[in-house]
Design a protein around this ligand. Sequence first.
Ligand code: LCS
Length: 395
Amino acid sequence: MDEQEYKTMETKVIHAGQEPDPLFGGVSVPIYQSSTFAFQNAEQGAARFAGREKGYIYTRIANPTIKALEDSVAALENGYGGIATSSGMSAISTVLFGLLEKGSHLISTASVYGATRVMVENILSRFDVVADFTDTSKIDNIRRLIRSETKLLFIETPANPTLVLTDIAACAQLARENNLLLVVDNTFASPIIQNPLDLGADIVIHSVTKFLNGHSDVVGGVIVPREESIYQQLRKIMPLLGGNMDPHQAWLVLRGIKTLALRVEKSQENAFKLAQFLADHPQVAWVNYPGLKSHPQHDLARRQMRGFGAMICFGLKGGYEAGKKMINSVKIATLAVSLGGVESLIQHPASMTHAGVPQKEKEQAGITDDLIRLSVGCEGFEDLKADLEQALSQV
Ligand code: LCS
């Protein structure tokens, strides 16, 4: 069936890119665990390399199982096509190294995933790429920083770990007016909740390690450009930089994606109730969750997201010491980094995921010492609530 005819995300996650195998009818996409593909003759090999004939050559360039995942995520994001990578970081570095030039200027959300900021500041800078990190929730902050060398605007919304939101449509308009590429890291929302390309972004990036795979057993990434020209450019760059995905990795993510809609629905329902529980708890100083009216951009969340997601951050009245006691006391939520899996995970960004970001920059980004991040999973709400309750009682 033509993908355009799938009206709902629930159908898309199960069928888009995952048609029965044309050879034997396998309902599950076969794993083409082969590094290379035989040519019938020298002419065919030459024709494939020259692009005159379609067909597979070598798995770093393309592979049928990986292609199925790329088609699936591209359909979920309404993009031209997908490019799968070995990790979310590989997706980000492929886009930035692939599209920026010596002397390019980039503007990014201050509160991005720690490794993204460290990579831009410590590695891209060696190639004379200059970056400004700012609070992109205020569009004027971005406007003020644009100069003739600015090539790319990189936003993460909701942001890791602060859950600050950035207005994607407003950024897209600003990007169009100033001839910038708008890249959105959509990892925290997942395509179930938010589709940045529909709001005018040029490229969407996912760490599929998180919600798309959803089972905390794979690391991977996907890049989805809106237009063919950028897709073709990055399609050529990815195998040159070498950050391709592996077929078995792709198959596991395809399997995870089939339940993406169900998982996100359940985990965000849990998150909504847990955020309310935390907000009412006497030990809790503050809670940031896009679904709470107290979130500074609750109205924007209602406009650009179809749900409020499964990520919560909060601080306790006793600060970091109290938070440490709490995260050492949870029994159902697991003390671990990463997010978006069926199991709830809790961590302390300032000393863990964002430990590599210098203290001053953490402060600028709102990554305070008391901030605890909770990725809410698909367990039963009563168990999760009781677990947080008992952990808070230890404080
Ligand atoms: N983008 C976002 C928003 C992320 O949260 C992460 C990883 C990445 C990109 C990188 O993806 P990866 O290479 O790990 O697949 N975030 C992590 C986190 O918050 N805890 O552990 C990893």
